[in-house]
Design a protein around this ligand. Structure first.
Ligand code: SF4
Length: 64
């Protein structure tokens, strides 16, 4: 599944990095930067949590 991160609405809360540090990083301004394009199967639970707790709704996973 692909990771979609809308950097225009990200509010730099960092919850994604806290929940899935292998998949998300933040740039110098704190804006989300996905480290990979596809969700690694072993990190699906962590990424799902990150999507759920992101306060801005910037993150989505889906598609093949
Ligand atoms: S949790 Fe959401 S708002 Fe916070 S840095 Fe990650 S994508 Fe941005």
């Amino acid at each position: 599944m692909r990771i979609e991160a809308n950097r225009d609405v990200c509010v730099s809360a960092g919850m994604c990095v806290l929940n899935a540090p292998e998949v998300f990083d933040q740039d110098d301004d704190g804006v989300v930067e996905p480290l990979v394009a596809e969700v690694p199967a072993e990190h699906l639970d962590a990424v799902t949590r990150a999507v759920q707790v992101c306060p801005s709704g910037a993150l989505r996973i889906g598609g093949e």
